[in-house]
Design a protein around this ligand. Structure first.
Ligand SMILES: NC(=O)c1ccc[n+]([C@@H]2O[C@H](COP(=O)([O-])OP(=O)(O)OC[C@H]3O[C@@H](n4cnc5c(N)ncnc54)[C@H](OP(=O)(O)O)[C@@H]3O)[C@@H](O)[C@H]2O)c1
Length: 296
């Protein structure tokens, strides 16, 4: 397997690199610098929005599969910078999809639970996306590009990812929370947002399994437990040895600069459960997994 990973310097990208089978040839794309060395790992340091370099890189590697994890994934930033968000989330995906169409390369595209409007929850793959923020809209546009062009694809709709970065810094809400707890600060968390969180280790293993799988279509990757964010963070604080009361209820709706969030974007992961040998976990097992991974 010759696998190319985009967004290798990110939170999910780092876990993908750490968990990729040693016998696979891995090509890691990042705007930053190489974060880690291992046998059969090559870094390609450039900005994916540079069209010519992207094309040259893809042509020179000719991967069997691509896990496209790079994205502008900050919901509020996407709302404030809609054109730039489309550039990275949609246009870069379009160029990668066009390469995959030309050569029959398998593409695992990382989408999000934020493609749904959050009114009903427990969405299966057959439900129709209806995003409430611009980040979600860019992901729906990119999903369509992938589904319409790539012969062998997975649109992996990923739930809220929990864990600590295994390489680099990444964008992890748990790392930010832990830093606050360590400084003796409390954290305000919404009580009305429902998610089915997945830990970054299980997610990376599922994505790597999918790279070598024959399944084609949208697939929901989420944990088995449906939780309110507030309860989630209190349980995390407790698991890390702090009082759950370092987390207090907070309703940030309407704060300047805060994009709309869908309320309940819990995902139904039955298809992933039946398809993959990677087991989806409940929240307690997910917490144990991320604590163990961070200690290694
Ligand atoms: N974290 C979650 O809770 C979550 C939930 C659902 C879906 N997702 C999706 O999962 C994927 C990975 O997210 P993540 O949590 O790992 O986010 P992240 O830590 O922000 O990583 C995303 C990476 O994308 C690359 N990137 C960002 N902006 C770019 C730009 N303008 N040009 C080129 N590359 C750019 C960067 O990689 P380099 O630093 O290597 O250049 C960045 O580190 C994304 O597609 C995201 O939408 C994440």
């Amino acid at each position: 397997m010759r696998l190319l990973i985009t967004g290798a310097g990110g939170f999910v990208g780092g876990a993908l690199l750490r968990n990729a089978p040693e016998e696979w040839e891995i090509h890691a794309c990042t705007r930053g610098s190489p974060l880690w060395r291992r046998h059969k790992l090559t870094w390609h340091c450039f900005d994916l929005s540079k069209e010519a370099i992207l094309e040259e890189t893809l042509e020179s590697i000719h991967p069997h599969a691509i896990i496209h994890a790079a994205a502008a994934a900050d919901i509020d930033w996407c709302e404030a910078n809609p054109r730039e968000a489309e550039q990275i989330n949609v246009e870069v995906t379009r160029r990668i999809a066009s390469f995959c169409k030309k050569y029959g390369t398998r593409l695992i595209f990382l989408s999000t639970d934020n493609v749904f409007n959050g009114v009903r929850g427990m969405y299966p793959e057959t439900d129709i996306p209806d995003p409430v923020n611009h980040y979600g809209r860019t992901k729906v546009m990119a999903e369509n590009v992938v589904m319409e062009n790539v012969p062998s694809f997975v649109v992996a709709r990923v739930a809220l990812v929990i864990g600590f970065p295994l390489l680099g810094i990444g964008r992890s809400s748990m790392s930010r929370a832990l830093a606050m707890f360590k400084q003796g600060k409390s954290l305000g968390v919404p009580t009305n947002e429902v998610r089915t969180p997945i830990d970054v280790v299980t997610l990376s293993k599922a994505l790597l399994e999918l790279a070598a799988h024959s399944f084609c279509g949208p697939l929901h990757l989420s944990g088995n437990d449906r939780l309110v964010r507030y309860d989630m963070m209190r349980r995390l604080a407790e698991r890390l040895g702090f009082s759950p009361d370092v987390v207090y209820p907070n309703d940030p709706t309407g704060l300047p600069g805060r994009a709309n969030r869908p309320l309940d974007v819990s995902l139904n992961n039955s298809l992933a459960q039946s398809l993959l040998s990677t087991r989806m976990l409940g929240f307690d097992d997910a917490l144990a997994t991320i604590v163990e991974a961070a200690a290694q």
